[in-house]
Design a protein around this ligand. Sequence first.
Ligand code: HEC
Ligand code: HEC
Length: 129
Amino acid sequence: MQRPLLIALVLTLGTLIVIGTASFAQIPDTYTNLKVLPKDIKKAQLMQRMKEFSRALGVRCHFCHVGEEGKPLSTYDFASDENHHKDIARLMITMTQKINGEILKDFKDGQFTQVSCQTCHRGKKEPEE
Ligand code: HEC
Ligand code: HEC
């Protein structure tokens, strides 16, 4: 690859990483109401799970959290349980963990890959939509 092209590529990637990190700068670094995910989860891992959920259901953060679409994420109350979709999501996380950890673990040789939210939801809030 030509050198200027390589430099341009590195700069672009760098910028994308900075933008990606900055968008979660308004979110707290410590968590007070985790009931199913590990309590000592790192911010990067938690944000990865949240992005995974959002993508799998085709929704944004406010679908499960108290906050308004279009408002800065700093105005959201992520720890609150007022939004009942959050409770459903907790149940779904537990269900997925049980399917993977208790049921599919008995199938050897990679006959089945692990299930995830995406396996059923495929970008929809309700799989049968
Ligand atoms: C499909 C539902 C769903 C979506 C969409 C979702 N979340 Fe969550 N989020 C949850 C659930 C459930 C928990 C609590 C997990 C637990 O109890 O262990 C949580 C917890 C959190 C917490 C920890 C709050 C605390 O202090 O305990 C933060 C921060 C968070 N989410 C941010 C986000 C962000 C940012 C987005 C959008 C990119 C997002 N979430 C999208 C379901 C969702
Ligand atoms: C085995 C299939 C399956 C998996 C895996 C699964 N879901 Fe679901 N989920 C469903 C079904 C089916 C419904 C719809 C129930 C209904 O129509 O009342 C649903 C409904 C929901 C709802 C409520 C949506 C609404 O409009 O009220 C949320 C939130 C949700 N799932 C989150 C998740 C998350 C987050 C994950 C991954 C941790 C996940 N689901 C994994 C099958 C699944």
